[in-house]
Design a protein around this ligand. Structure first.
Ligand code: HEC
Length: 158
């Protein structure tokens, strides 16, 4: 029994970092954004985040969100200035400060629970272990500001 536990733990320890280390924007995330999000989040119809902020009402009416079709556009939604927006919208309701509620873009990650869960796992691995946080740069309500330690966890491999 003890042997099995140790062997199991060793396998996990090997499997998880391997996944995290292998996930890249080019190989994994860009194709995922294209498949699941481009309909509403890609050029030429979708605006940059700065453009989106200039006239949110217009874009929401047209049912387009800010671009998620380049690496740089995603970093704005993950790290700064829209810190955590990507995570808040795509969380499955299990992260601290999610209040048990899924983000409103989580549904777009697939047609089945299994597909959505698998895609979320890839995105979490890409963001980095410990980097998937719903906090903003500044505290808001009961949610504390993102810490430097949390920010340092971001990997976001090209
Ligand atoms: C059917 C259209 C549609 C699809 C598909 C869709 N979104 Fe969205 N998304 C929107 C719209 C419209 C908004 C702006 C309204 C809102 O804030 O909910 C938005 C907002 C967002 C925001 C918040 C931006 C902000 O203001 O901070 C993020 C992040 C996001 N989407 C990510 C995604 C990702 C990633 C996918 C793919 C897994 C996706 N969305 C799929 C339409 C869509």
């Amino acid at each position: 029994m003890q042997f099995n536990l140790i062997a199991g733990a060793a396998c996990l320890a090997i499997a998880l970092p391997a996944l995290a280390a292998d996930v890249t924007y080019r190989a994994d995330v860009a194709p995922m954004m294209k498949k699941y999000c481009a309909e509403c989040h890609a050029a030429p119809d979708a605006p940059s985040m700065a453009e989106f902020k200039l006239d949110e009402a217009k874009y929401k009416k047209a049912e387009v969100g800010p671009r998620t079709d380049t690496y740089e556009d995603l970093v704005i939604l993950i790290a700064y200035p829209s810190t955590g927006a990507f995570m808040r919208r795509l969380d499955d309701g299990t992260s601290p400060y999610s209040g048990g509620k899924r983000g409103n873009m989580y549904y777009a990650l697939g047609d089945t629970d299994a597909e959505r869960a698998a895609n979320l796992a890839v995105l979490k691995a890409w963001v980095g272990e410990g980097g998937w946080n719903l906090n903003r740069m500044a505290a808001r309500g009961d949610v504390p500001a993102l810490t430097k330690e949390q920010l340092d966890k971001l990997k976001l491999k090209y």
